[in-house]
Design a protein around this ligand. Structure first.
Ligand code: RP5
Length: 154
C-alpha cells in the first residue's frame, strides 16, 4: 500500500488471505515517496515467488499501475477512499490503464480491499486445492447466512 494511512482499508484484504490460508506479506511502498523501492519491489516480485500483488493507494493513486508496469505478476488495484474526493480520484487513477498494462481494479474502500483478498485467493486457489476449498466454504456459508436470515428486522 502507498501509505500507512491505507492500512485500515487494506486490512480487509489481509483478513481474507488469513481466512483462506494464503501466505502473504504486507508492506508500505509509495509510488511518490519511495519510487526506487517501488521499482525494486515490482522488479523482484516474480523471482521472490509472489503470485499476485494487491496494491492499494488513494488520491493520485499511481502505485498499482506503476507496479504492474514493472512485473508480469498480476496486480489487483484497490482505490482507497480519499478524504478530499471520497476515492473517486483513486478509482479513476487506478482503473484507466492504457491497453497493454492491466490492473484488475476493485471497488473503492473496504469492500474493494475485501474482494481483492478473495479474488487473489481464488487466483492462488486455481493450483492450491486447500485454498480453493476454503474460498468455496466461505461462499457457501455466506449464501446460507442470507437464506437463514430473510427477515431484515431480525
Ligand atoms: C497515497 O496518498 C496513499 O496511498 C494514501 O492513500 C494517500 C495519502 O497518504 P498519506 O498522506 O496519508 O500518507 O500515496
Amino acid at each position: 500500500m502507498g501509505s500507512k494511512s491505507d492500512w485500515p482499508t487494506m486490512k480487509n484484504a489481509v483478513d481474507m488471505l488469513e481466512q483462506f490460508g494464503v501466505p502473504y506479506e504486507v508492506k508500505v511502498v509509495s509510488a511518490h515517496r519511495t519510487p526506487d523501492l517501488m521499482f525494486e519491489y515490482a522488479q523482484t516480485a516474480e523471482a521472490r515467488g509472489l503470485q499476485v500483488i494487491i496494491a492499494g493507494a488513494g488520491g493520485a493513486a499511481h502505485l498499482p499501475g506503476m507496479v504492474a508496469a514493472k512485473t508480469i505478476v498480476p496486480v489487483l488495484g484497490v482505490p482507497v477512499q480519499s478524504r478530499a474526493l471520497s476515492g473517486e480520484d483513486s478509482l479513476l487513477s487506478i482503473v484507466q490503464m492504457p491497453g497493454g498494462i492491466p490492473v484488475g481494479t476493485l471497488a473503492i474502500g473496504d469492500a474493494g480491499a475485501k474482494n481483492a483478498g478473495i479474488l487473489a485467493s481464488q487466483m492462488v486457489g486455481t493450483h492450491i486445492p486447500a485454498v480453493r476449498e476454503a474460498v468455496r466454504a466461505f461462499r457457501e456459508a455466506q449464501t446460507q447466512f442470507v437464506l437463514d436470515n430473510p427477515d431484515p428486522r431480525d
